[in-house]
Design a protein around this ligand. Structure first.
Ligand SMILES: Cc1ncc(COP(=O)(O)O)c(C=O)c1O
Length: 394
């Protein structure tokens, strides 16, 4: 049967193809060292699992969460976390929405605001959801290049006046996938001012907000800026912070008007997060200060090993300041795709071609520090050796 034209407009989810390619290699008896998908390889902390087991045994957690926005306990845990971590005051009653992952919130906020031919400002390179969902709603995504010379921050001044006036949503994603960049507070202030002037809504995807390496680079919430709630909504997630990608536990916070719009869209599609998961997520947030530094230290070891290894091959690269992604410029003479193919074919190293994330991702590959299998540092060393032997040099 013919699929809807709406579905025909969108490509398959990119990682499905990469997963299929890897499965094919494994079937051929070749096991690549996998720097592909950014899915934490460490388990959810024991104290969160214990909280879930206990919550699952309580029949009160079993029905639908009829509140629609999330349980009062979870929203309070989120508000407390906001006050501790970012020094912000968020009203649990109206300014917080529990979501089934940040991805779901990103999808529904687009459906809540975008009509056919509306313009959405989308970073390039970026997580594919912003652009694909805009197109699914019939909207037009206008790319904002993230360039190394601008510290991978969109240059708002470069946007044509007509586009600024037409745009309804502006996507930000800091810390940034795939570049690993962070946004200084002054930059966020600039974007808030811009959004006020041009009457648009900032959607700040903060899925990697807790995945940073040094206190000096500690990411900010856009809600730290006075008045930001009028023009911004921010998506947070427990996925990467607590190794909980499969749990689908997250929240959005922002002004009540935008939270209500998100809530109305999503409550007509899904029926909320299992209340047992909301309870376990509350426990996770309460244990943030104890758990998260260990997670960061582990990725710091891996980051330092991979970056030093790449530098030893001549790669002109600095360590990323946040996220578990290393955004690697390709050597002269390669495209992002031909270099990723060389890595896979000659070095058994799986990296993602930067062009998958948009035209401005050309010239890079993304290597994720979430490496499956035992002894991560040994695998990183092996990957660098394979690259050296495979003739990779910058
Ligand atoms: C930039 C970005 N936003 C959101 C997500 C999705 O996060 P969640 O697991 O909370 O849906 C990802 C996942 O990789 C991501 O890279």
């Amino acid at each position: 049967m013919e699929q809807a034209q709406r579905l025909q407009r969108i490509p398959p989810y990119p990682f499905r193809e990469i997963a299929a390619l890897k499965a094919k290699m494994i079937a051929e008896g070749k096991e690549p060292i996998d720097f592909g998908i950014g899915d934490p390889d460490m388990p959810t902390p024991e104290f969160v699992i214990d909280a879930l087991c206990e919550a699952a045994r309580d029949p009160e957690t079993h029905p639908y969460d009829e509140s629609g926005f999330g349980t009062p306990e979870y929203k309070q845990a989120v508000a407390d976390f906001g006050a501790r971590r970012y020094g912000i005051q968020v009203d649990p009653d109206g300014e917080i929405q529990s979501t089934i992952g940040a991805k779901e919130a990103l999808v529904h906020i687009i459906w809540a605001y975008i009509d056919p031919s509306d313009v959405v400002l989308v970073p390039d390179p970026a997580y594919s959801v912003y652009k694909v969902q805009t197109s699914w709603c019939g909207g037009a995504a206008y790319p904002m290049p993230l360039l190394a010379e601008n510290d991978f921050l969109p240059d708002l001044e470069a946007l044509p006046e007509a586009v600024r006036k037409q745009a309804k949503l502006l996507f930000l994603n800091y810390p940034n996938n795939p570049t690993g960049a962070v946004a200084p507070l002054e930059y966020l202030e600039e974007v808030v001012e811009f959004a006020r002037k041009y009457e648009l809504l900032i959607v700040q995807d903060a899925a990697y907000a807790e995945m940073y390496y040094d206190d000096a680079d500690k990411p900010h919430s856009i809600l730290e800026i006075e008045g930001a709630k009028d023009v911004a909504i921010e998506m947070h997630s427990l996925s990467k912070t607590f190794n909980m990608t499969g749990w689908r536990a997250a929240w959005s916070w922002g002004g009540a008007e935008h939270i209500e719009a998100l809530s109305r869209a999503k409550s007509n599609v899904d029926s909320g997060t299992f209340m047992g998961i909301q309870r376990a997520s509350s426990a996770a947030l309460a244990g943030y200060e104890e758990f998260v530094p260990q997670m960061q230290a582990e990725y710091r070891r891996r980051r330092d090993a991979l970056v030093a290894g790449l530098q030893s091959l001549g790669c002109p690269i600095e360590p990323p300041r946040a996220t578990f992604y290393v955004w690697v410029p390709v050597p002269d003479g390669f495209s992002s795709e031909s270099f990723a193919k060389k890595l896979l074919g000659d070095c058994q190293v799986l990296a993602i071609p930067g062009a998958v994330y948009g035209a401005c991702g050309e010239g890079f590959v993304r290597m994720s520090l979430t490496i499956k299998g035992k002894d991560k540092l040994a695998q990183i060393e092996q990957a660098i050796n394979n690259m050296r032997e495979g003739g990779v040099a910058w």
